[in-house]
Design a protein around this ligand. Structure first.
Ligand SMILES: [Ca+2]
Ligand SMILES: [Ca+2]
Ligand SMILES: [Ca+2]
Length: 345
């Protein structure tokens, strides 16, 4: 039994050494392609994310990393959403839309944008002798996008089926003629519009139109469902505020409530970039923020701080309706200009 075991051991070891030697010399003579040619290369978009204004252009590089493997060719097939993005033609001498070639594969084979599909294919210089493969990281090509309308996110994706040599596929081909691309990356981009908002605070004797905690609600025109809301808007002393929104092209109603003032609404406003929303004078006196000026909660609040100055204990700045640092008849008079008025719903 012992002898039998020893025989097995010797035969087994010999086989392992033999296979190892065959494999080693196979690689040396080029008859065996090393298994290093697995799917290790990457293709990605740089930048892979970003926020851009409507109507703006931005460049995205298609970046290849061969994973240390010598390569001869690469094909990128990308899809994008034509509702939000266009590709800018970078070659006026050729019909159709072209992107900008990189330099890592100098022999461009295909460069065309059809509808929502970008196809770019290039190889190493096939006339070179010997051939010079590309190894490393570099830009295959650069896409210039132009944004069309605002959206929270829109994707640019590589069409990719592992190991498929189909022309529609994204691939990197090694010098040993293997497909070596591993799952490529996705680009995700946000497109925004800028709103330039302005307002004045009624009766403010200091002409200081700073307001904080302003609530802006946006509806599709004529609808009652809030599709966008921002509750933390602050204006500067001139009453101006600027902020981005993700509102697609279309018409909207804008409802605005400055704390302690009656709400206002602007209806059927076409989206633009930038969009100017001049709300004008905000009517004072809604001291309890129920969007109407009345006895309970508004007038009654003024009485609690009656004749107090800002330096007095118990002075309530909200009751100082005209912002002159004291609560008196002037505040009541200003409040009475909006007596029983309700703000926009
Ligand atoms: Ca062209
Ligand atoms: Ca009120
Ligand atoms: Ca006052």
């Amino acid at each position: 039994m012992k002898r039998k075991k020893l025989t097995y051991l010797i035969v087994g070891s010999t086989l392992i050494v033999a296979v190892g030697l065959i494999y080693f010399f196979g690689i040396r003579t080029g008859k065996i392609i090393p298994r290093a040619d697995v799917d290790v290369a990457t293709m990605a978009l740089n930048p892979a994310s970003g926020t851009y204004q409507t109507g703006q252009t931005f460049d995205v590089n298609i970046v290849i990393n061969t994973g240390g493997i010598a390569t001869d060719a690469a094909t990128a097939n990308l899809n994008f959403d034509t509702n939000y993005l266009d590709v800018v033609d970078m070659d006026a001498t050729r019909t159709g839309i072209q992107i900008t070639p990189g330099t890592i594969y100098p022999n461009m084979m295909t460069n065309i944008v059809n509808s929502n599909r970008i196809t770019f294919e290039a190889t190493i210089d096939l006339n070179a002798d010997p051939l010079v493969p590309f190894t490393g990281t570099g830009t295959l090509a650069t896409i210039r996008f132009r944004t069309k309308q605002a959206v929270a996110s829109t994707n640019v994706t590589f069409y990719y089926v592992e190991d498929s040599r189909d022309m529609d596929n994204s691939q990197i081909i090694s010098h040993a003629s293997d497909t070596i691309l591993y799952q490529p990356g996705v680009g995700t981009y946000q497109i925004t519009n800028t709103i330039n908002l302005s307002l004045q605070l009624q009766g403010n004797v200091n002409h200081n139109n700073s307001a904080t905690g302003i609530d802006l609600r946006v509806y599709q025109t004529g609808q009652s469902t809030i599709i966008f809301e921002k509750t933390d808007i602050s204006t500067d002393t001139a009453g101006n505020a600027q902020f981005p929104v993700n509102l697609a092209a279309g018409n909207y109603d804008f409802w605005l409530k400055v704390p302690y003032y009656l709400a206002q609404k602007k209806t059927n406003i076409a989206m633009a970039n930038p969009l100017t929303l001049a709300f004008g004078e905000q009517r004072a006196g809604d001291l309890n923020n129920d969007n109407q000026v009345s006895q309970s909660g508004d007038y009654s609040k003024i009485i609690l701080s009656w004749r107090k100055r800002s330096t007095d204990a118990g002075f309530d700045p909200i009751s100082d309706v005209n912002k002159d640092s004291q609560v008196n008849m002037s505040d009541v008079q200003l409040l009475l200009t909006n007596w029983r008025v309700r703000g926009a719903q």
